[in-house]
Design a protein around this ligand. Structure first.
Ligand SMILES: *Cc1c(COP(=O)(O)O)cnc(C)c1O
Length: 391
């Protein structure tokens, strides 16, 4: 496939070859296996001497189109598509790490990733040290002779803090560590971690890549030698993405650039509005000059993304009342959807944790997270404004 064009063009034009029907739009390949003309062709396929599909747990034309497209967008050498973002996260760790290995991770990460690092990987004697990303000394102190992999999200969820990717890429190289970046919040349209030295990039395709809250998916892309290990692990253990989901997600990537432009435009306008609101203590958005890491944001992101965090004045009950007063926006756990989603983590998704535990993962009682959608920005602001006023 020709991926020599610009980002938007690759996203639209990168397709697998059409069939005898000469269809314009890629069809769905809903087949579990593929056939061969004779024993010799089958032998060569199984020996890996020719690039042929064998079985959809290994590869499928639809998943291959999606992977090739995302590789072009992330400037990656190779990739593999998974049934969900968490299948991508777990399989990447499981394929690359062995008993005794050590991971260094940023403190504020997606909840299920936290569970994998804290509860599942220790079963195989793989340990994790969490660092506060704002002080680079913390990274130096965390390195041990067993350290093998650095894992970060940027911007982080839900605090919208940033990791300096250029600095971390150099640090990983110096210590011989594999740098893995979860690029779910930024998408390759806004940020390409591989160009800053990341070895692998992980996506929950469920979020902005799908963009309409329809399907689950995950993808890991990056260095070919590492992807080969991930492929060998996944081909036998079975976390593969379904061809149907790959078909949906490949179509979704065609519109990623235009959707992200609007997500970012709406999110910036909402942040500027919230900064002036008297019921709001603080606003965190990478492209607001008041963001403490605004300078880093400008060097590694082309716009601020679709997620805004803000602190509502008052106690945890005020946050609950704010949610209860929301009329148009959705109260749901997802993000990256065309519909604006409002969450108050301390009274909902993270209510089971103690306040101290919540603060450890940067969730204060006042924190509200908004995944800003594609509705008209005036309607988004009007709904949030009336909910703030009435709370
Ligand atoms: C949602 C999410 C995941 C997990 O993806 P699923 O598709 O839900 O399995 C991982 N990382 C981040 C940052 C996410 O937001």
């Amino acid at each position: 496939m020709d991926n020599s064009h610009n980002f938007e063009t690759n996203a639209v034009r990168q397709q697998i070859e059409s069939t005898h029907a000469q269809e314009h739009s890629t069809p769905m390949y809903l087949t579990s296996s593929f056939t061969y003309a004779d024993a010799e062709e089958m032998r060569a396929a199984f020996a890996g001497e020719v690039e042929k599909n064998i079985y959809s747990r290994f590869s499928n034309p639809n998943t291959q189109e999606l992977v090739d497209k995302l590789c072009a967008m992330e400037q990656a050498e190779a990739g593999y598509a998974f049934a969900s973002g968490m299948a991508a996260v777990f399989s990447t760790f499981a394929a690359l790490l062995s008993s005794g290995d050590h991971i260094i991770s940023c403190r504020s990460i997606f909840g299920s990733t936290h569970t994998v690092l804290n509860k599942i990987l220790p079963k195989w004697n793989i340990s994790t040290t969490y660092v506060d990303i704002k002080d680079t000394d913390n990274w130096h102190r965390a390195v041990t002779p067993s350290s093998k992999l650095l894992y970060v999200e940027t911007p982080t969820n839900p605090a919208v803090d940033l990791v300096d990717l250029k600095w971390l890429g150099d640090f990983a190289k110096k210590h011989g560590l594999i740098l893995v970046v979860d690029n779910c919040f930024a998408t390759p349209y806004l940020q390409k971690p591989i160009t800053f030295g990341a070895d692998l990039v992980i996506h929950s395709a469920t979020k902005f890549i799908d963009g309409q809250g329809r399907v689950l998916g995950g993808i890991t892309v990056g260095r070919k030698d590492l992807i080969e290990e991930i492929y060998a692990f996944s081909r036998s253990t079975g976390p593969a993405m379904s061809p149907f989901n790959a078909w949906v997600l490949s179509k979704s990537l065609e519109t990623l650039a235009v959707r992200m432009d609007r997500h970012c435009e709406n999110a910036l306008k909402l942040s500027e509005y919230l900064e002036r609101h008297k019921a709001v203590n603080w606003v965190r958005y990478p492209f607001l000059p008041s963001h403490p890491q605004h300078e880093i944001a400008k060097t590694q992101m082309s716009a601020g993304g679709g997620v805004v965090a803000f602190g509502i004045k008052g106690d945890i009950e005020r946050g609950r009342r704010f949610l209860n007063n929301i009329k148009m926006c959705s109260l749901t756990a997802n993000l990256g959807d065309s519909r604006t989603i409002v969450t108050h983590p301390s009274s909902t998704t993270h209510a089971k944790l103690s306040e101290e535990e919540r603060l450890k993962v940067d969730i204060s009682p006042e924190l509200i997270r908004v995944s800003v959608g594609l509705e008209h920005v005036d309607d988004i602001i009007a709904d949030i404004d009336q909910a703030l006023t009435n709370s």
